[in-house]
Write a protein that binds this ligand. Structure first.
Ligand code: NAP
Length: 465
């Protein structure tokens, strides 16, 4: 894939970039390694001041950065601004909590003193996707840098200007040269970066095939990875749910970021008791969404980020319809320039149609009926993914069963799945492993060192061994 800014609303190629040459890449990795030697010894207070400064820069440059995202990957501008605010939030969160999350933890044993001590691991490569081009990077970078690690970013090839802007934010904030660098490279060079002895670990947010590849390479080098991969989250509606809120949240949960979110609700599993009402109201609200220019504040759905994504969504819907799915609204691209796809609702899906078992990365919702809670849980778990799950019910027994039995990294009751700097985020099954955010996130890339001390009275120590 060429490294380029191509406006998905117009198809216009705005800027192209050359990949780093091998000597340039070598120079950047060497700089990272050199910086780590000193940066690892900086205090939490020093890092905190830098991270708070990064938050301020994000806030003061919000409009420019949001616009950059919208032009590179088509995100509606309202959501782009909110994304920048959330990045500032995660910087502040870790600036304020890193010291506490990584404080020594005393443990009582037979030793005079024993405790757990957390140390940075070194350079971490972050391979990141375009869909939340700032948030995905900041939720990695803020904890990594606060822990004393240094970061190398290989961003998606369609958001090079976002990637460069992020590097610049950390530079302007005062982080030492080399603490956070963007590598403008294609995915073909990822292997050589992971294999480099100066790179300690890798994290990838992206698709399943990319995750398998990165984890395979890193596994071969015995280097740790965190994988945040795709999802096909269920959104279950039971009879006791408040229908108004469930319907409007369902629409938002499916169409956030024009439907291109890993934790978007993709499969709506509705109790047969309330299915007709849910279907009618959901379709009405999906049809009412405003599709169009992502730079307009009033736009709900922008273009899909690339032409290939548009083609993939078209093909998944077409094949599902051929297998018997009914289109309740939408079902086709817009007859205009740009990668626009209509908000779409599919029903009557077979369990093996592409829309049912693959991740659909666009504004396409799938409706399923469940006769009982067992049906609902069975359908929800009938996928290889296990990222998030939402269940709407006011019945406490149903609630307990959803919390216990849904196969996912997080369960939201009467709400939509969303990430929050204070809570761990990540999946199970083919959605990946490891966690970002919260105290669990900052402990992924640290050496959890056991310290065991036998206090010996002076003079009794046997030096002969
Ligand atoms: P993608 O094609 O996997 O790309 C993600 C990143 O991986 C890009 O930087 C890409 O570089 C790189 N890449 C692709 N193939 C690679 C390979 N074989 N080896 C090394 N790097 C490789 O995914 P995407 O289409 O950008 O993003 C959408 C996917 O990300 C969806 O599946 C979505 O669910 C998932 N996602 C997951 C989360 C989560 O938190 N779980 C969050 C957001 C998105 P190039 O651009 O140069 O190809």
């Amino acid at each position: 894939m060429p490294i380029a800014t191509i406006n998905p609303a117009t198809g216009e190629i705005l800027q192209t970039f050359e990949s780093l040459t091998l000597p340039q890449l070598e120079e950047k990795i060497e700089r990272t390694a050199n910086t780590f030697r000193s940066y690892r010894h900086t205090s939490f207070a020093e890092r905190e001041a830098l991270m708070l400064r990064a938050a301020e820069i994000l806030e003061s440059d919000k409009s420019r950065l949001a616009r950059l995202m919208t032009i590179e990957m088509g995100k509606p501008i309202k959501g782009a601004g909110q994304e920048i605010e959330k990045c500032a939030l995660v910087c502040r969160y870790y600036a304020e909590t890193a010291k506490r999350h990584l404080a020594d933890q005393p443990v009582e044993t037979n030793a005079g003193k024993s405790y757990v001590h957390f140390q940075p691991v070194g350079a971490v490569l972050a391979v990141m996707p375009w869909n939340f081009p700032f948030w995905q990077v900041f939720r990695f970078a803020a904890p990594a840098l606060m822990a004393g690690n240094v970061g190398l970013l290989k961003h998606a090839s369609n958001v090079p200007q976002c990637a460069l802007a992020i590097e610049e934010i950390f530079q302007r904030a005062g982080f030492p040269d080399g603490a956070f660098q963007t590598l403008l490279i294609g995915s073909d060079l990822v292997e050589s970066v992971i294999n480099d002895r100066r790179v300690a670990a890798a994290t990838l947010t992206g698709s399943e095939p990319a995750g398998r590849s990165v984890a395979g390479i890193a596994g071969n080098q015995i280097k740790k990875t965190v994988l945040e991969l795709g999802g096909s989250d269920p959104f279950i509606v039971m009879p006791s749910a408040k229908m108004d809120e469930a319907v409007s949240t369902a629409v938002k949960a499916r169409t956030i970021n024009s439907g291109q979110s890993c934790i978007a609700a993709k499969r709506f599993i509705v109790s047969t008791d309330v299915y007709p009402e849910f279907e009618r109201r959901f379709v009405e609200e999906m049809k009412a969404l405003r599709v169009g220019d992502p730079l307009k504040e009033s736009t709900d759905i922008g273009p899909l980020a690339t032409e290939q994504i548009l083609k993939d969504v078209e093909s998944q819907v077409r094949t599902s319809v051929a297998a018997g799915a009914h289109i309740l609204c939408g079902g086709k691209r817009l007859e205009r320039v740009g990668n626009f796809y209509e908000p779409t609702v599919l029903a009557n899906l077979t369990s093996d149609s592409p829309a049912s078992c693959e991740e659909v990365f666009g504004p396409v919702a799938m409706l399923f009926r469940a006769r009982t809670i067992d049906d609902a849980i069975g359908l929800a778990n009938s996928t290889n993914f296990g990222l998030g799950a939402a269940a709407w019910t006011n019945d406490s027994q149903e609630r307990s069963r959803f919390i216990e039995e849904l196969e996912a990294g997080c369960v939201f009751i009467n709400g939509m799945v969303a990430s929050d700097p204070r809570l761990p985020f990540g999946g199970i099954k083919n959605s990946g492993y490891g966690r970002e955010l919260g105290e669990f996130g900052i402990r992924e890339f640290v050496n959890i060192k056991t310290v065991w001390i036998n206090e010996q009275p002076t003079g009794e120590h046997d030096r002969t061994e």
